[in-house]
Design a protein around this ligand. Structure first.
Ligand SMILES: Nc1ncnc2c1ncn2[C@@H]1O[C@H](COP(=O)(O)OP(=O)(O)O)[C@@H](O)[C@H]1O
Ligand SMILES: [Mg+2]
Length: 298
């Protein structure tokens, strides 16, 4: 395995943007080289230490899902090797962890699908028996499976901000109703197929977030990463119990540790910089990402 990568630095391509996890480089005007670093974000703050192997595992998982779900909607993969657009000395930063994709016009919304009540959904349900304005039956508990998956879009937040839930109506106003309806239908279809498959492998995908863009012909295209533990809540079936807060597959060690960490004697404020992660938390988190991929693909 190549060394852990916190920040990529290619000299042969212009850097477009560094996201929380991925570094995007322009390849001409119509393609992007997306490098998944080993950065980990928790509570929307990027940790200072890399999780070795994470970028490669995320990439393999996204490629696995793109292949499995290709019949539902076109995706941004070009099919070309990322290694073909960088210099020889840059190969270690790219190998196994990059995707060469079509540069799309991103839709300004995150397409969230929820099959279970968790996180902000559970919070809202307790207050109003609804999630993002969708009325739900009474009597649901924390982590309850919903009668059917619901589509709950969110705005795309700027770096360092939190995404904000919006109603379907707001989304329809932003991108037009026909497109909004298509995004909703495709997202629910993708989620249902993925969740059913994952369940046969002992993983509950409680919810997930898709990103879409339009290509030059205006075709709705699935982009970014898909159905990784970074964009989804993965719960191991064996730990699942309605009414309890299920342990998330991957970031639970980090979150638990951060919740009790002290910075200058006080709890961490959940703003950057994050406290330094202990080696054990790093190792166990890396193991969890590996386990998720192994489960899915074996
Ligand atoms: N095919 C594509 N065309 C244009 N932008 C894309 C494409 N695929 C992904 N992106 C964007 O690339 C970025 C990926 O970096 P990431 O680390 O996930 O960022 P973030 O911190 O916003 O989650 C996101 O802003 C995503 O919207
Ligand atoms: Mg992202």
């Amino acid at each position: 395995m190549d060394a852990a990568l916190l920040n990529s630095s290619l000299h042969s391509l212009p850097l477009m943007a560094r996201g929380k996890v991925r570094d995007n480089y322009a390849v001409g005007t119509d393609r992007i080289l997306m490098i998944a670093s080993d950065r980990l974000s928790a509570f929307d703050v990027v940790m200072g230490e890399p999780i070795p192997g994470k970028g490669e595992l995320l990439t393999r998982m996204a490629l696995f899902w793109f292949a499995r779900l290709g019949h539902v909607v076109p995706n941004h993969l070009t099919g070309e090797a990322p290694e073909s657009v960088v210099a020889a000395d840059e190969l270690p930063q790219v190998r196994g962890r990059a995707m060469l994709v079509k540069r799309l016009k991103p839709l300004p919304v995150e397409a969230v699908v929820r099959g279970y009540l968790a996180g902000s959904g559970w919070k809202e349900y307790q207050e109003s028996q609804s999630v993002c304005g969708e009325q739900l039956p009474a009597g649901l508990k924390n982590a309850s499976k919903l009668p059917q998956p619901i589509f709950t879009p969110a705005t795309k937040a700027e770096m360092g901000e939190h995404d904000e839930n919006i109603s379907f109506e707001q989304m329809a106003q932003q991108i037009g109703r026909p497109l909004a309806e298509k995004v909703r239908a495709v997202s629910i279809h993708l989620y249902e197929e993925a969740a059913a498959f994952a369940l046969t492998k002992g993983i509950i995908i409680a919810d997930t977030k898709f990103e879409f863009g339009l290509d030059e012909q205006g075709t709705l295209t699935l982009m970014d990463e898909v159905l990784t533990p970074d964009s989804s809540r993965y719960w191991p079936v064996e730990g699942y119990r309605e009414g309890a807060n299920p342990a998330s597959y991957d970031k639970q060690f980090v979150r638990d540790w951060l919740e009790q960490a002290l910075v200058n004697g006080a709890p961490w404020s959940k703003t950057a910089p994050a406290p330094r992660l202990p080696d054990e938390v790093i190792t166990r988190t890396a193991e969890k990402y590996r386990e998720a991929l192994t489960r899915l693909t074996s």
